[in-house]
Design a protein around this ligand. Structure first.
Ligand code: HAM
Length: 421
């Protein structure tokens, strides 16, 4: 891997950073499973055509895709996954599972961005996608799932922005109106949009450049131009969120950076982060995407939330994304290591998270590791204990050390753990 690439990539799978992130993943997975979602694992790369459906006018497709040709004859044009939704919808179209198909995933995504804090060339998204229903109360449930997940993190200042982008009935006329509005003010737009606003006029509304912001202050908004069914759909989404006590702010500028969205769109921003990188998660409906990918008309909705952004947002609020230690017991063995091997296995088989030291370290060094592990009980075996067929148990968060016969070790460790809960 070149230095430039690793510089733009935060590793979340190994090292001391892994545990808190596993905890974050576990929290969302538990929530998703409790709501009937199943795991989907999609390939890291696909035919480039799958991702092109994300939108020819988006930066993700135009500038940021990692694409390559394989060794086929003729070679196939492939791309690394820049986001999770298109692959899941492609899998749906290919395998046609029963609907509603409710899925969750955690996956690396690759975008050739200018790497900077919060914007990486490899980032990791936790997401859900549901295919097969356009019920607006599902939109409320999906948004509430993400909202509830954030509420469990040490993240306090998060705002939910909500908008509707209409559908094929109301969007074309709105788009034409917006294009005419922008054409009359083209000279006031930023350098990029002055010439490119016709590619996707809606994207200009999302531009953070002060010139574009000023020029579009009085722009027409899709939300004010929804057709009857889209307006009713959006009203029901809002009522559903109200019923669940999820607070949101209507944001007529919210268009999102991918082109497949229809109707409901949403984004969660962390106020502690700078505005260019403050979106911690977002999503919306994509009722046409399955058809675009060659499948039957099938509505869909989902979200993706970036693990790196979440961690940054927590750090910016001065809170650490640290989960509880999965380890309850730590075996300290100064008799050579075989006793630890057996004890760790017995404790783990009994469902007690257990770790141990390696390399026949000194008692002091092993005890230091026990302290650092987050375990609650040190299970100690020295030559004296071994001779008596016993082990010593030392509560690591305060308390007297006791000696117990070897056969009672599992029961007594469990008692000590339960006593702390
Ligand atoms: P997205 O808004 O492009 O949406 O990405 C979702 C989240 O991934 C962002 O809110 C952000 O937290 C994180 N993210 C995106 N790009 C980067 C990057 N370069 N570095 C670090 N974090 C990043 C999607 O990808 C859609 N597939 C979401 C969705 C699912 N819509 C419907 N279903």
């Amino acid at each position: 891997m070149s230095e430039a690439f690793t510089a733009g990539c935060v590793q979340f799978t190994a090292g001391p950073d892994a545990a808190p992130n596993l905890q974050v993943v576990a929290d969302l997975v538990r929530r998703a499973r409790d709501a009937g979602y199943g795991l989907v694992i999609s390939p890291t790369f696909e035919d480039i055509g799958v991702f092109r459906r994300v939108g020819e006018s988006t930066d993700v497709v135009r500038k940021e895709m990692y694409d390559f040709y394989d060794k086929g004859d003729p070679p196939r044009h492939l791309a690394l996954r820049p986001e999770g939704t298109a692959s899941v919808v492609r899998a749906f179209v290919q395998h046609r599972p029963a609907v509603p198909w409710k899925t969750w995933y955690v996956a690396p995504s690759f975008r050739y961005e200018r790497a900077q804090a919060g914007r990486y060339r490899q980032h990791h998204q936790l997401g859900v996608e549901v295919l097969g229903t356009e019920d607006p109360l599902l939109d409320a449930e999906v948004i509430a799932l993400l909202d509830g997940f954030y509420a469990e993190l040490p993240l306090r200042r998060v705002t939910l922005h909500l908008n509707s982008l209409g559908d094929d009935t109301c969007r074309p006329a709105y788009r034409a109106e917006l294009e005419a509005f922008l054409a009359a003010r083209a000279d006031q737009l930023c350098d990029e949009h002055r010439t490119r606003f016709r590619d996707n006029p809606l994207r200009v509304l999302d531009c953070k450049d002060p010139d574009c912001l000023a020029a579009t202050k009085d722009a027409p908004w899709q939300l004010d131009r929804l057709c009857g069914p889209c307006a009713t759909h959006f009203a029901t989404v809002r009522a559903g969120l109200d019923a669940l006590g999820v607070r949101f702010s209507i944001d007529k500028r919210l268009v999102r950076g991918l082109d497949y969205y229809t109707r409901t769109t949403f984004e969660f921003t962390a106020e502690a982060l700078e505005s260019a990188q403050n979106a911690v998660g977002g999503g919306g409906r994509y009722d046409k995407l399955a058809e675009d990918l060659g499948g039957p008309p099938t509505p869909g909705i989902g979200f993706g939330t970036g693990l790196e952004r979440l961690r940054m947002a927590c750090a910016a609020e001065g809170a650490d994304l640290v989960g509880p230690s999965p380890i309850d017991a730590f075996v300290v063995d100064t008799t050579g290591g075989v006793a630890a091997l057996r004890l760790a296995q017995r404790l783990r088989s009994a469902g007690i998270g257990t770790d141990r030291a390696w390399d026949s370290r000194s008692f002091k060094a092993q005890f230091k590791l026990a302290d650092r592990s987050g375990a609650r009980v040190a299970v100690i075996v020295g030559p004296d204990e071994a001779a008596r067929g016993a082990v010593a148990l030392k509560p690591l968060r305060g308390g007297e050390q006791v000696e117990v016969p070897d056969e009672l070790v599992v029961a007594r460790v469990r008692e000590m753990i339960d006593a702390e809960d």
